[in-house]
Design a protein around this ligand. Structure first.
Ligand SMILES: [Zn+2]
Length: 115
């Protein structure tokens, strides 16, 4: 591991399990370059559990919203994505493109403080 202060290599001075969680290892380190002392913790990351929790949150969000409202939101996401693509090609602001597609006037820009 490199030193957070000077980016030189560091040495482990002490290594022991965390007092509250024995699956986590705490390490005291010292920098070879500047002598800075700091502590690191090493543990496992539950990728599968994290993804499952994210999916569960998305399902709860959709069920709260209702199918029809979620469909409307998806249409909005697709429209904004298409507008952003057109904005990248034409150089026009996304808000103006969306306003043109929706058949309404583009939102007026705030007056410039430097005329
Ligand atoms: Zn250092």
């Amino acid at each position: 591991m490199i030193c957070p202060k000077c980016k030189a290599d560091t040495r482990v001075k002490d290594s022991r399990p965390h007092a509250d969680d024995p699956t986590v290892i705490r390490r005291r380190r010292q920098c070879d370059g500047c002598g800075h002392r700091f502590e690191t913790q090493e543990g496992t990351v539950d990728i599968v559990g994290t993804r499952a929790a994210k999916r569960a949150r998305a399902i709860r969000f959709r069920s709260r919203l209702g199918t029809e409202k979620y469909r409307e939101m998806k249409v909005g996401w697709r429209l904004r994505k298409a507008a952003a693509a057109e904005a990248a090609e034409t150089g026009q602001p996304v808000a103006e493109i969306l306003a043109r597609w929706n058949g309404v006037a583009a939102p007026s820009r705030p007056a410039s403080p430097h005329p």
